[in-house]
Design a binder for this molecule. Sequence first.
Ligand code: MF3
Ligand code: CO
Ligand code: CO
Length: 268
Amino acid sequence: MSIIIKDEAGIAAMRTACKLAAEVLDYITPHVQPGVTTNELDRLCHNYMLEVQGTIPAPLNYAPQGHKPYPKSICTSINHQVCHGIPNDKPLKKGDILNIDITVIKDGWHGDSSRMFMVGGEAAASIAARRLCSITFDAMWKGIVQVKPGATLGDIGHAVQQYVENSGYSVVREFCGHGIGRGFHEEPQVLHYGKPGTLDVLQPGMIFTIEPMVNAGRRDIKESNDGWAIVTKDRSLSAQWEHTVLVTPTGYEVLTVSEGTPPPPAFV
Ligand code: MF3
Ligand code: CO
Ligand code: CO
């Protein structure tokens, strides 16, 4: 197996799929409120994908090696949950921080993006939670701006790790970004830590996600007993943002963009 370089038709199809993933996040944003359950968010997104967009929720019944089929259409990871949180019937509480991760399939192509949400608005979140969400967003962008032909995957990982650790946080090692296209998880693995100048050299037409998981405490994680959700071992807060990115002849193009996509930070 190796990294698949997408041609113009593939890139066009990925632009469409990725925009649709971002549009699901836009759609669900006003519904993220205290008292709403993540099952309700799942149901709303599921119906929007199937009925409005004509997309397929990629997580539903997704069953990589060693996992039972994922039972829902979206991932909702709250507070100390790192990723792959399964929607349930517990109402969201004011001050919770929540990652919603959306992957849609359109015409056989995958678009993958996630954002952080503060339940009850920014003012409801603790200063610690707000800083974690904001540093994690900037960390994703520190990785994105490394992307150009001739740069390496190690450059991306290093930029993310350096920024996160200089901010006093830790990077989760066990999960990473990934190539994406007709496959949900293709080569390469995009680590969010590493050394400059190492690993694969980026080439135009590569498409992969950058999706750092950042813990306020130690980097250690464990799997919860539902077989999917990953949590921090020390129960510290964790945040994640994710974009799908194309390597262009001169740099990068973020594909998971919609009207509601948060703009890049000032340093970009
Ligand atoms: N969307 C996740 C990612 O960014 C993967 C979720 S797999 C699932 O790679 F089965 F949990 F949905
Ligand atoms: Co992903
Ligand atoms: Co994702």
